[in-house]
Structure formats: C-alpha cells, structure tokens
Design a binder for this molecule. Sequence first.
Ligand SMILES: C[S@@+](CC[C@H](N)C(=O)[O-])C[C@H]1O[C@@H](n2cnc3c(N)ncnc32)[C@H](O)[C@@H]1O
Length: 356
Amino acid sequence: MSTTPETLPPLARRSDAAYLDFVEGLREFILGKGADFEERLNSALEQTSASRGRPWGDVEEIREFVHSLPIGRLRDRLARSQQEMKWHAIERSFDEQRTQLTAELAKWDERGPGRLLLDPTFEHPAYTNVHFHLQPGGYYKDELSGFLYHYGTKVFFRGDNDKDELHAKLVGTVPAPTDGKVHRILDLACSIGQSSTAFRRRYPEAEVWGIDHSAPMLRVAHRRAAMQGDAVNFAQRLVEKTGFPDAHFDITFAFILFHELPLRIIHDTVREAARVTRRGGIFAIYDFTGTEGKSPYQRYHRWFDARHNGEPYSQDFCDCRLGDILTANGFEVAAAPLAKRAGGTGYMQHWFATRV
Ligand SMILES: C[S@@+](CC[C@H](N)C(=O)[O-])C[C@H]1O[C@@H](n2cnc3c(N)ncnc32)[C@H](O)[C@@H]1O
C-alpha cells in the first residue's frame, strides 16, 4: 500500500501539538454550531431591524449594535485570540527547530522532478508587506513562512484539508475547456503548491506552473511536490506580471488570492490572466463571496476580517463585482456560491470564466 509522505514538519514537542489541537477545536466552536454566533447575532440583528422598522444601514451601524451585546464582544475576542494563539504556538515551536528546518529546505531546493526558479533580485511590492490573517512576518519575511503557513492553514481548515483534500476537491470541480485540450496550467499565487500538485494529478501530462512572490512559500511548495513525486514547476513571479507568453495556458487558476490584493492590482491581475489564457481556455477563481445580498452578520464578519484579522484589502474585493471586471477583460463568466462548509468557511464562491 502506498502512503503519502508527511510534508508538514512535526512541532518541537507533543504539548505544542496538543495546544494546537485545542485551538483547532476552539475555532470549530466559534465558527461552527457550538457557539452559533452567526445564527444568534443574525437573529438579534433581524429582530432589531424589524422593531425599528428599517433595514440596517452602513456596517458601522451594525458594528455599534454588535458591540453593544456581550455575545458580540465575546465573539470578537475569541475570533481574534484563537488566531493569535495559533500563530504564537506555531512560531515558537518552529523557531526552536530553525536550524534543522532551514537545512531541510535547502536539501530539496535542487531536487526534482519539478523545477524551482527563485529570483535573488526580486523586489516585493509595498502592498504585499502585510501580516495577512495575522501570520507573523507575513508571507515572505521569515524563511520558515511556508512551514508556518502550512501548519496555520491546517488549523484554519479544521480537519478538512490535512492531506490537501479540499484543494483536490476544488481543483476537481474546475471545468475543462470545451475542446478538452489541457496542455499547460498556471496556478496564480500558489503558496505552498497544494492546488498546483492537485492539478498535476488531475492532468498528469500537463505542464503545471505555480507562481508566487514569496520565496519561502515556493521553497515549501517545491519541497512538498518533490517529496510526493509531483512534477510541478514553481517560480517567483508577480500575479499581475507573470512573464509568460500570450495565450500560453489552457487553465489559469486562483484560490483565495483576490481578497488579498488592492483593487488596482485586482484589475491588473485579471488583465494579465486574460493575456496568458488562450481563447477557449478557463480562468477559474475561488474566493470570498461579494457583499451584495449578504446578511447583516456576514457584512459585519467581513468588516471584522478587514479590521482585526489582517485582511486590509478584503472589503474592497467583496464590494468590487469581480464578475464585471472579468467580463470587461474578455471573459464569459459563470459564478455561484460554494456550498457552506465546502470551502471550510461557508463564505466562498467560484467564478469559472471562459476566455472569448
Ligand atoms: C491565501 S494565499 C493563496 C493560497 C493558495 N492559492 C492555495 O491554493 O492554497 C495568498 C498567496 O498570495 C501570494 N501573493 C499575494 N500577492 C501576490 C502577488 N502580487 N504576486 C504573487 N503572489 C502573491 C502570497 O505570497 C500568498 O502565498
């Protein structure tokens, strides 16, 4: 029987793993049916707007109301604290093993089957210098950022993605071009390459490229792919300036990238995807749902994420009508929400766009 090699390095001690198991459970309690904050706060919001005889206005009005309730303040404290607890524990545990983990990364840099192309002269644009979702050092400042991210997202997905199951599922739903030809695939902002390897497994003959601006992410992506024998190429590039030829890819993909880009870079990235995706090719996106038609609680949740969870660009993204931007750049778009929990959060949707 073949087993998948474990690519996530162990924590320094068992008590660290136990602590993070607790944080994962706490996260499930806060976001799921345990505390049921969504249901409770939504019904308080709805009752209050019914008794006032008018719908909620701007998100500031909603925030003021949520913070007037003990349960609202508790929800926010727990949401913030579980993130801080998670990152602190992972950072400390990997920090203790810094020398070994750094050596472990170096061991895989030159190994195949895929290639790792890093650019020593790469300059990170200022807008990427953010501690997204409170990750210490953000995506690129710590050489162990990729390992931190891997453990952090394991907790984030609460058991739904321990073996990349979620990535495989989402990649499996991406429609093929109608002519069935899939020779080259581009995974934009691939992070640690979980979607990239899933694409290579789905299309074993295709040339797959994962790009990201963060070298620490790419080194972990390359190590994981090499350990698992997946021939995927990774390169340090910007999503808005990929450096690939025109019409080069049959499928271009972006999973939870766009909400982490400022609005002008969202426009530049869609334009770039239109340039590198061939006619009839697919640009598939999974990301947060838009604000339109959302419940007051969901609007509040989005505000909280932007303000207190290190997602400074997510509000603009949710307000931006991505479907219209895709259409304006030469795509025909089918969009739909993703079933609750399928994306781990219930706040995701897809845009499957065909290049016309
Ligand atoms: C939330 S992660 C994406 C997750 C990943 N797509 C997956 O399949 O799991 C966001 C990634 O976007 C990368 N990123 C952000 N802005 C970028 C840009 N302008 N160019 C390239 N990568 C970027 C970050 O380094 C980070 O790895």
